[in-house]
Design a protein around this ligand. Structure first.
Ligand code: FAD
Ligand code: DLZ
Length: 509
């Protein structure tokens, strides 16, 4: 008897464990299904990227002589679900075993776990070994620790991989060069022109399908320029190492109106779908440093995002799910404002990030954290609604990586498991790091009144609304002292401005 091997849309890696022992007679199953495409209103570009990358990967496997059953979304017998497609394949063939690699989302893991009872074959769920740190390794690190500080996890990963190590010491004598990585972007620094990929015939077919089947989904489908094969993703990596990496560190935290990518790599969608390997990406960045093609602050900063943050958030997700997403430490419950979908807001910074997101299914980290994330935190938006938005709108979004970043890092909804204090910032931070405020109809310099930047009064309102929950946090003690020095009239003005603003944007309670 033969083995049926299910490969998911974000498992597009030649060496994926589900294909490791492929034998003649086995069948690889890949399926575009309405259930996966519709469990949140995914950005059109995200669906197009994944379907096209899946089709290219299937054809690559066929080129290697593997037998592939590829179910397209518009195939007449498509059952609409992964389970339905597995059942159809089992009915139509002679298989005694189904092999699949564990998925990146808890909801699907629960479903896979139930398959051994429901399906008429044995089910093998294999470990996803495409990460640098296994979940067992992460749990061993996390066990018995009071605080799961990313920096300490990252240092262990540096030691274990030898990346940027000089014997037992970190390259250059420091583990972390973040202090050099907080520059705003001067006007005279020119940004590199991105090399996008022209859609081939297979991608064109997918674009027509997505336009026809998902007309109401968020975002702009065209122009579409993302890579959909491992080869093209590797070229994007080469492009980044040459043109983006040298300045990645300096301007990592910068924001610029109308500029989506700055010096960021735009590689997360490829890493998360399996088109690039995280360790290989880190090693190639390290080589650039060793060959003098990029400075240490840039390369360390970049490697820390992948070796540190990316591996760490995965560990956090699987260690704390399913309770993780039930937490709402700040009891935030306002609805998500409509402008998260429409970009129709007078706040230039938020409008810019949502516009970028609509266009590219992409925003860089500081846009996600300090603009849309910060706004949702300050305005007390229900974490479930915010999580759903982030999961839907970014081409790189899968719950294992999206949820800790949104729920934990941006919203502090996990009560401080990931961050020692909320990433709350007023308009002055945005003004320091960007040119948005110059083009905004609100005045960053005004603290109160109809012309004042909403981030200014919402910041203090957030601290007042969450006083009982946050004032015991020693990292916030200075700021609460400042709040206490405010006059009653000033505090009342903050409350009034915030209520008026919530009403105006339709989220008052
Ligand atoms: P670069 O800035 O070039 O960084 C290099 C790589 O490091 C990225 O490609 C990514 O793989 C990794 N990385 C960087 N920061 C993080 C991080 N905090 N967590 C995990 N990996 C990281 N990233 C996702 O991949 N998917 C998501 O759904 C996602 N949702 C996010 C939601 C919020 C609220 C926030 C604040 C961050 C989120 N991130 C997410 C992390 C980060 O913003 C993106 O990985 C990054 O912006 C992708 O762009 P890039 O490839 O140009 O990254
Ligand atoms: C995101 C996504 C979408 C839009 N569509 C499919 C699909 O049709 N078939 C598939 O196998 N995978 C898809 N995916 C990716 C899955 O949602 C992803 O594998 C899970 O969320 C686990 O990470």
């Amino acid at each position: 008897m033969a083995t049926l091997r299910l490969v998911l849309g974000d498992q597009l890696t030649d060496t994926i464990a589900s294909l490791a022992d492929y034998e003649e007679g086995d069948l690889v199953l890949m399926a575009e299904v309405a259930e996966e495409a519709g469990y949140v209103p995914h950005h059109k570009k995200k669906i197009a990227f994944l379907f096209s990358a899946m089709r290219h990967f299937a054809s690559r496997l066929q080129g290697q002589g593997k037998s592939v059953r590829y179910v397209r979304l518009d195939d007449t017998d498509n059952s609409g679900s992964l389970k339905g497609e597995v059942e159809r394949a089992l009915d139509e063939g002679e298989f005694d075993t189904l092999v699949v690699v564990e998925p990146g989302e808890y909801r699907l893991k629960c479903e896979f776990d139930s398959w051994s009872e429901d399906l008429d074959c044995s089910v093998q769920i294999r470990r996803d070994d495409r990460f640098i740190c296994s979940l067992d390794r992460f749990n061993a690190w996390a066990e018995d620790r009071k605080r799961l500080t990313m920096e300490y996890f990252y240092r262990e990963m540096r030691r274990e991989t030898g990346l940027l190590m000089d014997g037992d010491d970190p390259e250059g004598g420091q583990w972390n060069y973040d202090k050099d990585n907080r520059k705003s972007l001067p006007d005279d620094v020119s940004l590199p022109e991105r090399a996008f990929v022209d859609p081939d015939a297979m991608t064109q077919d997918v674009l027509s399908l997505v336009e026809e089947r998902f007309p109401d989904h968020f975002g702009e489908l065209e122009p579409f320029g993302y890579a959909v094969t491992n080869k093209d993703a590797e070229e994007q990596l080469d492009w980044f190492i040459k043109n983006g990496l040298p300045c990645f560190g300096d301007y990592q935290d910068a924001l610029k109106q109308g500029e989506a990518f700055l010096f960021h790599s735009v590689l997360s969608l490829y890493l998360n779908a399996g088109l690039l390997d995280p360790l290989d990406v880190c090693q190639r960045a390290e080589t650039a440093y060793k060959q003098g093609r990029a400075p240490l602050n840039a390369v360390e900063g970049f490697i820390r995002q992948i070796l540190g943050w990316r591996e760490y958030v995965r560990g956090i997700y699987w260690r704390f799910m399913p309770d993780y997403l039930e937490r709402n430490a700040l009891e935030a419950d306002r609805p998500l404002p409509d402008f998260y979908w429409s970009a129709d807001t007078d706040m230039a910074c938020v409008r810019d990030v949502v516009t970028t997101t609509r266009k590219h299914a992409y925003a860089h980290h500081i846009q996600r954290l300090m603009i849309t994330g910060n706004f949702a935190l300050l305005a007390g938006i229900d974490p479930k609604a915010v999580n759903e938005w982030y999961l839907a709108v970014y081409a790189d979004a899968y719950e294992w990586v999206e949820a800790p970043n949104t729920h934990g890092m941006a919203l502090f909804a996990d009560g401080g498991l990931m961050a020692t204090k909320p990433y709350a910032a007023s308009g002055s931070y945005i003004n320091k790091m960007s040119d948005h405020c110059k083009q905004c109809s609100y005045a960053m310099s005004k603290k109160n009144g109809p012309k004042a930047c909403p981030f200014n009064y919402l910041y203090w309102n957030f601290l007042m609304e969450n006083r009982e929950r946050l004032e015991g946090n020693h990292r916030l003690s200075m700021i609460y002292k400042t709040l206490d020095r405010m006059s009653d009239d000033k505090r009342e003005a903050v409350r009034d401005d915030s209520q008026r603003f919530f009403k105006r944007i339709g989220i008052e309670q």
